[in-house]
Design a protein around this ligand. Structure first.
Ligand code: CP
Length: 310
């Protein structure tokens, strides 16, 4: 594997290998005073974020450092992107400076694929840390890791992805990965927040959250992405909260074992009640912790794993 750009088409065996590596790394590091492995010593990883991030950027940086890589962070605000430098020139500049891997977040869908096309020629790997409304593959992998931890597996489990599916790269990556790993996925959203062509996705679609909750092994609440809704959105925040927010009363409709996920950042009180987000059935901080191990595993497979030429 040379790049990680999407979960669409990601071979289930490769996805499971990444999840197993992440699990092994987690167990190896558990309880250690010094969380440092020599695996990527001498390798250089550069994060290049054109959109805001807390979880993804920090966990990639920690992942690289825990594997002894040299990690450099570049943001569009503090770099020559602000002077008008193109994505291609910025990427080639980072590769020329010594990057073995560039981790990119960009507002344009497809940006990571374009960058990978240019950087393949100079042997630098690219990881998509979220491109527009398209994909966020490491988020889906860390969600899968969390579901495996909590449920013991993904095959045959029923997972709802709830809310702003239209603008969600997290939803797209999760649909591809969870269905490839054998889960049954139901998208629960108002018609205005579902993408055109959703009837061709390998999922069920529902507008009735209350009816779905008792049938679920996991519910993944999405962030409402106001920054991608230039004309406001319908339903209003209040209507959304009443109809699709995971209130305490709604959470009680879930089976005892069911897990609550949210990729973050959360809009507490609108998408999810604070008491639900902080309850034992919520795995939101576990998702963040798994994010570090999954990103270590991805870096391992790209930079230290067997080269298969793909
Ligand atoms: N889930 C996620 O991508 O969060 P950040 O935007 O904080 O990275």
């Amino acid at each position: 594997m040379k790049h990680l750009l999407s979960t669409d088409g990601l071979d289930p065996a490769t996805a499971l290998a990444i999840l197993d590596t992440a699990d092994g790394l987690k167990k190896t590091l558990l309880g250690r005073e010094v969380r440092k492995l020599p695996t990527l010593r001498g390798r250089t990883v550069i994060t290049m974020f054109y959109e805001n991030s807390t979880r993804t950027r920090v966990s990639f940086e920690i992942a690289g450092k825990w594997m002894s890589a040299d990690v450099v962070n570049v943001s569009s605000g503090g770099s020559s992107v602000g002077k008008g430098e193109s994505l291609r020139d910025t990427g080639l500049t980072l590769a020329a400076a010594g990057a073995d891997c560039v981790i990119v977040r960009h507002p344009a869908s497809g940006a990571a694929h374009r960058l990978a096309g240019w950087l393949s020629e100079v042997g630098t790997s690219v990881i998509n840390a979220g491109d527009g409304t398209h994909e966020h593959p490491t988020q889906a992998l860390l969600d899968a890791a969390t579901l495996r931890d909590r449920l013991g597996g993904i095959d045959g489990r029923r997972v709802a992805i709830v809310g702003d599916v239209l603008h969600s790269r997290v939803a797209r990556s999760n649909v591809h990965l969870l269905t490839a790993l054998g889960a049954e996925v139901v998208l629960v959203a108002p018609p205005t927040l579902l993408p055109a062509g959703v009837e061709n996705w390998p999922v069920q679609v529902s507008h009735e959250l209350d009816a779905e909750l008792p049938t679920l092994d996991a519910v993944m609440m999405l962030r409402v992405q106001a920054e991608r809704m230039h004309g406001g959105f319908f339903p209003s925040a209040k209507e959304y909260s009443i109809t699709y927010g995971l209130s305490e009363a709604r959470a009680r409709l879930l089976p005892e074992h069911a897990v609550v996920l949210h990729p973050g950042p959360m809009l507490r009180g609108m998408e999810i009640a604070p008491a639900v987000a902080d309850s034992p059935r919520a795995a939101i901080t576990e998702q963040v912790a798994n994010g570090v191990h999954v990103r270590m595993a991805v870096l391992y497979h790209l930079l230290a794993g067997e080269e298969d030429g793909s």
